[in-house]
Ligand binder design. Structure first.
Ligand code: FUL
Length: 750
């Protein structure tokens, strides 16, 4: 009897609970927006449901559709060969000899890029347009007798070709730190300032703004005003978080910047240190396996300061749990075609077509916009080598995606919600979509060709503009030999997810959504036959100085040269490791089909090898991470100082005996190559000695931008030194803590 009573009680409670929750259910808001608040009592299921209500703003969606856009780093650094100028450059250094913005735009267009974003002002403060705010601009340079306007010419050329314009305006301004009476961090009190401040501009202004600004902020906002009012429509404004000289006390009124941009250029997205577009978190072109556009943010976006988001997982269910606000904050993958953001010289590494296409697949096909940096040279042209590669990239991408073999196929779904039929996936319209009923988190689509088709790419896009981002896991299966075989798998989709796999032949393709939020949507599906590229050879040299050439494509013939010329089918055939202890240039090409199909010509430059070198001492080392790892020719191993609690602090030194007297023209430092920043050196001292006792300091300095872009650092001395011993001292690292790490140390003798 007791038991029965208890059961009744439970049943009653359950009914009450169901009643409450269904009542609650009917009250659930379905309002969409680019920010959705999470309520204190919301459980994870409700948060996940809410995350599907988060959609991009119109401007964010228009930006996402651009897919592939160009950065252009150009300025005094192009002529001085540094990554970060110091603000003290003489404007006379800026003097391109054959500047032609139309060449830039034609390369950008041929590469398939849709926007050109110019560094109108980099950290050195030099303005590439004739500003009224400072003398430090093109007006003071000999280029076109001070009458030139880089931004103006880029805009003119871009508009002719229907390329959109973005502007990068560095908030950090070293010229305003360094010049006498400079405004940056001068301690001035913010006061109400009219923008534009110039009376003439005010007289013709459609609107005069007024904000509380200190001296530098006022100057900066006047610069912003000029670029936003004198050059037509701007579609992206890029605010860099980097600052070569932090600690001046300069504060920014970012809210005022954003407010003015919204009013002057309502179509523009505000990127990086801003609310619309997120930095992907690195400058190397690394992409996440799962790139979410819906992220938790801890405060209302209006009060957020947009810190860099570098973690791998930014938006999984685990990250949403406990969120305060859910926000549409899509990622932009930014990386440079060369090592470094500015043109340096002809020896500077230029990424291959293979590398660029691969990054395109991972970024555009991984739910981000690909912002690829181009480096106009001292002539004022995109270097020929880079231009040719970019044009090839455009050709490959266009050819690969010109024919969607699914467009004439038939399609059926495991389930439809009545309105959003499977057919919509193949109607070529990103605004229509297929969707099963809410609650069906798993569902599948089957595309039938009616005959066997060959293909190696599948592209899926969600209808993010109205349905947000929902898919968490899916597979692509092909119907071959009367059964389904899984040919690819993926995690999140968002605007676009492209899967690459070896060519298959099948009559049907199945997309199985295995996990999703509420219910998946698919706006478009594309199936393509892309021509496969022959892999480029890789060129690796060991400590002993032997160079090995290899290729991922099976059984290619590899031909190479050592005299700097481009290898052809009659060049020397690679058979065994090549001895190159003194260094040199190796150029190689892979060929199949008797030379009918060839890879790109790739090249590697080596200096003297470390075979004769020995480490004399290091100030300290973690067990297993000794100094010898810094000269072992293996970029994956490293010297690392101890990471115990009471670890020795900076400075840290390594002394190397080169085993012979050499004429040294410089040195190189390769930071750790595992994508981590622990112990990466920032400030250094480099000394040489002929006997290992008496030392001479030949260079002290800092590796500019190494934190964001930890690639090989090559430092040339103003003159040569003859020495047998070298000592490298790390004075600080990028995080200002105790550690130092070093993948390789090298010398420059060429
Ligand atoms: C970084 C800057 O410091 C680099 O010089 C470059 O402009 C890159 C895009 O952003 O933070």
């Amino acid at each position: 009897m007791m038991r029965q009573n208890k059961l009744w009680c439970y049943a009653l409670l359950a009914l009450l609970f169901l009643g409450c929750s269904s009542k609650e259910g009917s009250n659930k808001s379905t309002e969409k927006g680019n920010v959705i608040e999470v309520n204190a009592g919301d459980g994870i299921d409700e948060i996940v449901r809410k995350s599907t209500l988060v959609v991009p703003t119109k401007e964010q969606y228009e930006w996402q559709k651009l897919e592939f856009i160009a950065f252009l780093h150009f300025g005094p650094n192009t002529f001085t060969g540094v990554e970060w100028g110091n603000g003290k450059e003489n404007p006379a250094v800026f003097n391109p000899t054959a500047f032609d913005a139309e060449q830039w735009i034609s390369v950008i267009k041929d590469a398939g890029m849709k926007m050109a974003m110019l560094t109108a002002k980099h950290h050195d403060g030099f303005c590439l347009w004739p500003t009224n705010t400072t003398k430090h601009s093109v007006k003071s340079s000999p280029w076109k007798d001070g009458k030139g306007d880089v931004l103006g010419e880029v805009v003119k050329a871009a508009h002719k070709e229907d390329i959109k314009i973005g502007v990068y305006l560095s908030p950090a301004d070293l010229h305003e730190i360094e010049r006498d009476g400079g405004t940056y961090g001068n301690g001035s009190k913010p006061k109400m300032v009219k923008i534009p401040s110039d009376p003439e501009l005010q007289a013709s202004a459609k609107k005069v703004f007024e904000y509380k600004l200190d001296d530098y902020d006022a100057l900066f906002m006047n610069q912003l005003y000029e670029v936003l009012t004198q050059y037509g429509t701007v579609h992206e404004v890029w605010f860099d978080g980097a600052n070569p000289k932090p600690g001046t006390g300069q504060q920014y009124n970012r809210k005022a910047w954003y407010d003015m941009i919204r009013q002057l250029q309502p179509e523009a997205v505000i990127a990086i240190k801003g609310p619309d577009v997120r930095w992907c978190g690195n400058e190397a072109g690394h992409t996440r396996k799962s790139e979410w556009s819906v992220l938790p943010v801890p405060v209302r976006p209006e009060t957020y300061d947009w810190p860099d988001k570098t973690k791998d997982d930014l938006g999984s269910r685990a990250k949403l749990d406990g969120a305060k606000y859910l926000y549409w904050y899509p990622a932009e993958t930014n990386t440079s075609i060369r090592h470094g953001w500015f043109y340096r010289d002809d020896k500077q590494y230029v990424k291959t077509v293979e590398e660029l296409v691969d990054t395109w697949y991972r970024s555009v096909g991984g739910n981000t916009v690909f912002l690829l940096n181009l480096t106009p040279d001292r002539r004022g042209l995109i270097p020929d080598k880079d231009a040719a590669r970019l044009r090839e990239v455009g050709k490959i991408i266009r050819n690969s995606f010109k024919n969607n073999i699914a467009s004439t196929a038939s399609i059926e779904a495991s389930e439809e919600d009545g309105k959003h039929t499977a057919k919509r996936v193949l109607d070529g319209d990103m605004d229509t979509f297929w969707k099963p009923v809410d609650g069906s988190e798993k569902a599948e689509l089957i595309v039938s060709f009616g005959e066997e088709k060959a293909f190696n790419r599948v592209m899926i896009g969600e209808c993010i503009q109205t349905q947000g981002q929902r898919i968490e896991k899916f597979t692509v299966d092909a119907w071959m030999n009367n059964e389904w075989t899984e040919i690819a798998e993926g995690t999140v989709v968002g605007f676009k997810n492209i899967r690459r796999f070896p060519m298959v032949k099948a009559t049907k393709v199945r997309i199985r959504v295995l996990e999703s939020r509420v219910a998946p949507t698919i706006a478009e599906l594309g199936i393509y036959k892309a021509s496969e590229m022959l892999s480029n050879p890789s060129i690796v040299r060991n400590k002993k100085g032997f160079v090995t050439l290899s290729c991922k494509t099976p059984d290619p013939e590899i031909r190479y040269t050592l005299d700097g010329s481009n290898p052809t089918s009659s060049s020397k055939r690679y058979e065994k490791p090549i001895a190159l202890p003194k260094g040199g240039v190796v150029k190689a090409v892979a060929m199949i089909d008797n030379g009918k199909q060839t890879s790109e010509v790739v090249e590697a430059r080596f200096d003297i090898c470390s075979d004769k070198w020995t480490v004399k001492s290091t100030t300290s080392a973690q067990k297993g991470y000794g100094g010898e790892k810094a000269i072992d020719g293996n970029p994956r191993s490293m010297w690392h100082t101890p990471w115990s609690k009471d670890a020795p602090k900076h400075p840290h030194s390594i002394e190397v005996d080169l085993g012979e007297k050499l004429v040294l023209k410089g040195f190189s430092y390769l930071p750790r190559t595992d994508s981590r920043l622990g112990g990466v050196c920032k400030k250094y001292k480099f000394e040489v000695s002929s006997d290992g006792k008496k030392w001479q300091t030949v260079k002290t300095g800092a590796f500019d931008n190494i934190k964001n872009n930890p690639v090989l650092q090559e430092v040339r001395f103003p003159k040569s030194y003859s020495a047998q011993y070298i000592r490298f001292t790390s004075i600080t690292n990028v995080s200002n803590d105790a550690y130092l790490s070093m993948a390789e140390i090298g010398v420059i003798t060429k």
